[in-house]
Write a protein that binds this ligand. Sequence first.
Ligand SMILES: [Zn+2]
Length: 256
Amino acid sequence: MTDWSPLTQELAEWREATLALPFWWRDDDAVSETPALHRLAEMTADVGMPVFVAVIPADADASLARFVERTPHVSPLVHGWAHRNHASPGEKKAEFGSGRRLEERIGEARSGRNRLQDLFGARLNPIFVPPWNRIGSDLLPHLPELGFTALSAFAPRTRAQAAPGLAQINTHIDPIDWRGTRSLVAPERLIAQTVALLRNRRIGVADNSEPLGLLTHHLVHDAAIWSFCAELAGRLMSGPAVPWHPVKRNTPDEPS
Ligand SMILES: [Zn+2]
């Protein structure tokens, strides 16, 4: 049995201090409507929160567009372009790392947004999620020109804006043991990580205006991962968590 008591104790501190926790759930690598995507949508509906799905533009299909259209709490984001690794051998994987010509990367980021805009229309959130959560910093000032309002990677943000006009909205908890079993990281470790993230926010060491992000990958979840995510999100949502929603883009230049 997993011992959730460290989290229970931390959440009691939040209640005592009457603090609210902005919270969001990002799930990566969607391309089609699948049983796993249905499960993700049901699970997030059950805990009463939206789910932001980072969609791979080059591979996304019409079934996904139809699914999003009829599932209002599932919100698409732009997951790079083709989820292709362009890093040199021995370097960490990246599609938008600085090793590639900037013009090429700008072109692919633009194509990604355009393709998903065509598929999802107004349902698209213009948030750029670089595959493997890595991006060359020289691309950041160009993302607002392409219509992106935010960047989402991993780890507590060190500043609220990644570039002028580009908010930084990261994720923080990844339950998958990518380099080992590819199943669930030891739950006690995940709970300890979550408690540390929460404590830093509560005592003012970390920025509690950045929504705390749970990062999942629905296509590779086993039973242990699914049930941990449901339990964690449920516990946060019955405590201080308030689902985060992106601020709608201001478009003063467009006719109303
Ligand atoms: Zn990905």
